[in-house]
Unconditional design. Sequence first.
Length: 230
Amino acid sequence: MWERLDTKFDHASIAQLDRRFRNLFINSLTGFKSANLIGTTDGNGVDNLALFSSLVHLGADPSLIGMISRPHSVTRDTIENIELQGYYSINHVNKDIYRKAHQTSARYHREISEFEAVGLTAERVPGMPAPCVLESRIQLGMKFAQKIHLDINDTDLVIGEIIYVNIKDDIIREDGYVDIEAVSSITVSSLNTYHETLALDSLCYAKPDRELASVSSGNKFVPGNDDGSC
């Protein structure tokens, strides 16, 4: 049995923490996050690539994804390129490229492409102005939709709509679930710790009058069911 430790932090003690310690500590508390590379291009033909772990699903119809951009107190090439060009790509980080992905967080000069600097390949897709990452096994093409400024901490919520998906057919289950573990997509915790994952279960749609069951136990998704049940 796990025992709860006695280390406790109140509002005052959190505020007094060393800045670097606090950044890693607070970022760790939300647990595992997706690791994605955001591909953009500027108006002069220079491609940009940046690692983001703040992506969140906002809806499926329309298909929207949001991501948080840090305060614009310094140059933010990714966000500036998205607003300028109107398009960007989201690329899953897998265990074969996580070190190169992490290296994109270094502050390269605007005229240097992170693709070239870290050894990843910019892939052009017809109709998609922004570059994708060839080495990524799940690629999303995004169209910029909206930016919402958050006054509370001077960050921005950037919202985009999915207009393109490049993914292997054999990792898409009958019910639409994408088996991201099959292509070795990884997660990140805090700012710099990367993890492989292991699926525990896949559960059917929960209803108050039905015993909860696992999709993996022989239940099968029924196409056309309004609630997506199995």
